[in-house]
Design a protein around this ligand. Structure first.
Ligand code: PSU
Ligand code: MN
Length: 323
């Protein structure tokens, strides 16, 4: 499957700063917004969204946070838009459902969200697709969706994995949370032909912790080396994206022994509450935050910032390589 936007696709709306950077061939980094609307509570989500944009700028690139605002596919948001998305999240009105007004939009939700003029945070899958339409090649997030534990019974596999197999955007993440089945997630990525590249690591990191015991496909040690891989990926004409696994900084990591019991507890709570489909991941993220008294949130913020820095430096290196 090659991703060719249909002629009648609604145009993405580029923020002036993003349009100018792209037109001048300067580095741009896409950022997702489900992490704002359904991934963190207010006001930490707003501080994080702003802070991550600052990190991208400090490392020489232009940030493009992507979301759907009143049916418009926006690539690059102003502060008012960030605040509106952030205020819809849990914590702002005490609910778990993103306020009911702002949708969590994966690829499959985009047509209906646009048609009814709704507002949505975009998942990794939807953000990759919209970044590609806009001509942005690199994207930073916290953790990707993947194969959930128990997927052999529930069939719960995130659309993020298929998007990585189909859409030519590089995603910088800190691995995946152990709410997911990491071995199965890596198996699916392998089947989809997605290169999993460790930055300064031989192991796929487990989001809160730097190690999982599972090897990545290939290791690079600098953003320049990573950019060289991305240039070859493109020259080979390989469809799909590249997944960069960038471990959480040592100082912010939480030992697996400490977090895993809380994650098990959150999964058991989700099962008991009958949570299914797109609600599973937001429920688990909110529950883990509660069960760790916010410690998971602190780690989450640190790793997202770290990923934004790497994505920006890689975007700069890509431009330097003419790729
Ligand atoms: N994992 C996290 N934080 C997040 C998400 C995942 O640690 O915020 C969000 C991302 O937007 C990701 C989405 O793309 O959840 C995956 O949702 P699902 O599992 O429903 O595909
Ligand atoms: Mn799912």
């Amino acid at each position: 499957m090659t991703v060719v936007p249909p002629a009648a696709a609604p145009p993405v709306e580029l923020a002036p700063e993003v349009a100018q950077a792209l037109a001048e061939g300067r580095p741009v980094v896409a950022l997702e917004s489900t992490i704002i609307t359904h991934g963190m509570p207010y006001p930490a989500n707003l501080e994080t969204a702003r802070g991550v944009e600052d990190v991208v700028r400090a490392n020489g690139a232009t940030p493009a946070t992507i979301a759907v605002l009143d049916g418009r596919l926006c690539v690059g948001l102003d502060d008012e838009a960030l605040e509106r998305l952030a205020r819809s999240a849990e914590g702002a009105d005490g609910t778990h459902d993103g306020g009911g007004e702002v949708v969590k939009a994966s690829r499959k939700d985009l047509p209906a969200v646009v048609a009814r003029g709704a507002t949505a945070g975009t998942t990794v899958a939807a953000t990759m697709y919209l970044a590609h339409l806009a001509g942005v090649r690199i994207f930073a997030t916290g953790g990707i969706g993947g194969v959930h534990r128990g997927a052999e019974h529930t069939f719960d596999v995130s659309a993020d994995l298929d998007e990585l197999g189909a859409t030519p955007v590089t995603v910088v993440c800190a691995g995946a949370k152990s709410i997911l089945d990491l071995p199965k997630t890596l198996e699916v990525l392998e089947t989809r032909g997605v290169p999993v590249i460790g930055l300064g690591t031989d192991e796929f990191p487990a989001f809160f912790s730097r190690t999982s015991g599972l090897p990545v496909d290939h290791r690079v040690d600098t953003p320049e080396q990573l950019a060289a891989v991305l240039v070859e990926h493109r020259r080979l004409g390989l469809r799909g994206g590249v997944l960069v696994a960038n471990p959480i900084p040592e100082a912010d990591a939480i030992p697996a022994e400490e977090i895993d019991a809380r994650i098990d507890e959150a999964i058991a709570d989700a099962e008991r509450a009958g949570i299914t489909r797109k609600e599973v991941t937001p429920y688990l993220l909110a529950r883990i935050n509660e069960l760790t008294d916010g410690r998971s949130l602190v780690a989450n913020i640190a790793l997202v910032r770290n990923n934004a820095a790497v994505a920006a430096r890689t975007a700069v290196a890509l431009v330097a390589l003419g790729g």
